[in-house]
Design a protein around this ligand. Structure first.
Ligand SMILES: [Zn+2]
Length: 112
């Protein structure tokens, strides 16, 4: 389950940011999660709850905003959504494609 390591990293960043802004408690956290990360939202919520226990983010609501995976085709220049890790241009069938979106995993914002 790679969600545990990912969440631990996110919680570390969150607590560091909270300290920097002298926040006393965090009530809500918005996460951007790219489809390519292939994370289970339930696992993420579970890990978040576990890692924030006893911190100022304990009990905070976690909102996960999925980011669709999008690639650009080097053959025809078109953009398309990558479904189920299928890296092939639907227009020209080229496999020479570059992922331009969908690999993100970061805290977009949080409410204190
Ligand atoms: Zn193409």
């Amino acid at each position: 389950m790679h969600e545990a390591a990912l969440t631990q990293g996110l919680v570390n960043i969150l607590l560091k940011e909270a300290a920097r802004h002298q926040v006393r408690s965090i009530t809500l956290v918005r996460l951007k999660v790219g489809r390519m990360k292939a994370v289970e939202p339930q696992a993420l919520v579970f890990c978040f709850g576990a890692f924030t226990e006893g911190t100022l983010a304990e009990g905070a609501e976690l909102i996960i905003e999925p980011v669709p995976a999008v690639a650009t085709c080097r053959g025809c220049g078109g953009d398309f959504e990558v479904i189920k890790f299928h890296f092939q241009c639907p227009r020209c069938q080229s496999r020479d494609v570059v992922l331009i979106q969908g690999d993100e995993l970061y805290i977009e914002s949080f409410d204190a």
